[in-house]
Design a protein around this ligand. Structure first.
Ligand code: XMP
Length: 319
């Protein structure tokens, strides 16, 4: 019988049988899949699990602290936080090509994760939040964007010489099943039902070259947008919503003076499968509140635009 409780019980038994009393390493991203694996493995094998959380400097506002708070502080999971902003940003400097940016971020992630892994002694297993659609996707496509996407964080992204066996307790599950298991394991609703966030993070939401200043501005704008979506009860009515940073200057008037500042675009979509998507018909009042707040609270922004493009042909992300 498929119930979340049965699946959890079964998965715990399987993990225990597979790893015995040996140690397991997990790359925790804060996304749904790796979070559910962390909660599951913590329940199954407790302190035999070590998580590595890489802060690449391209996360949303307060995200790193929230991950640490939930897993390390509240649940008592062993989590090593690596502050690697400097490494990621210095490798990205001067690079404006979206696919090269993705590659750079993916490679730096593997490098940093590898460094941390080799510092840990006697780890025999690598856990991953691979879910059934990832398995299908990586089998079906060895080329093209789908494979590129998954190669960052999920299937087959790590070097072969990391001689560890894989622990993939979600491998046979669909996303909605993973979510129900997350709830069963006691993860909060808002974490389990959060929007997807791409592996390269804000790196693909800052158009062109990535700079720390840009990331800081974008983090503020994005946080305002998400806060107002939650407040208006619209967050869970959209499938994905975020701000995008445009490195162009547009005019605004403050008092008697004209000032030239950056542009923020807001993106919100409704979709079932993320292959096609409709732009979300957010209430004008909500857009107005968000726009006013962003322009008033962030002095480097003079203009806010709302993206009314559907997919196809426009993708959900701007890069
Ligand atoms: P697009 O922009 O292709 O996005 O319509 C579809 C979904 O995929 C996510 N996405 C990514 N996820 N690495 C990821 O892990 C990536 O490079 C990447 N690019 C897009 C996007 O956020 C959306 O949910």
């Amino acid at each position: 019988l498929w119930t979340p409780a049965n699946i959890v019980e079964d998965a715990i038994a399987k993990v225990r049988a597979q790893v015995g009393d040996q140690k397991v390493l997990l790359g925790l991203s804060g996304g749904v899949d790796s979070s559910v694996v962390a909660a599951l493995l913590h329940k199954a094998i407790g302190t035999q699990l070590t998580c590595v959380f890489v802060d690449n400097g391209l996360l949303r506002k307060n995200e790193g602290d929230q991950v640490m708070e939930m897993f390390a502080k509240n649940m008592g999971v062993k989590v090593i936080r690596v502050d690697a902003e400097e490494a990621f940003l210095s490798k990205l400097a001067g690079e404006a090509d979206p696919e090269k940016k993705r590659k750079s971020i993916g490679n730096t992630f593997i490098e940093i994760f590898d460094q941390e892994a080799t510092k840990l002694k006697d780890v025999n297993f690598l856990a991953q939040g691979t879910i059934y659609p990832d398995v299908i996707e990586s089998a079906a496509s060895k080329t093209g964007k789908a494979h590129v996407i998954k190669s960052h964080h999920n299937v087959g992204g790590l070097p072969d010489d990391m001689a560890m066996d894989l622990v993939e307790p979600l491998r046979e599950l669909f996303k909605d099943e993973v979510r129900r298991i997350g709830l069963e394991l006691g993860l909060p609703y808002d974490m389990v039902y959060r929007h997807p966030f791409p592996g390269p993070g804000l790196g693909v939401r800052i158009l062109g070259e990535v700079k720390k200043d840009y990331a800081d501005i974008l983090r503020e704008a994005d946080a305002i947008f998400l806060e107002e979506l939650h407040r208006a009860d619209w967050y869970h009515k959209t499938s994905q919503a975020f701000a995008v940073f445009l490195p162009v200057k547009s005019v605004g008037v403050v008092g008697d003076a004209r000032r030239y500042e950056y542009v923020i675009a807001l993106r919100a979509v409704e979709t079932i499968d993320f292959m096609t998507a409709r732009w979300a018909h957010l209430p004008y009042e909500l857009l107005e509140t968000v726009s006013n707040r962003i322009i008033n609270e962030i002095k480097q922004v003079s203009r806010v635009a709302y993206d009314v493009s559907s997919k196809p042909p426009a993708t959900i992300e701007w890069e």
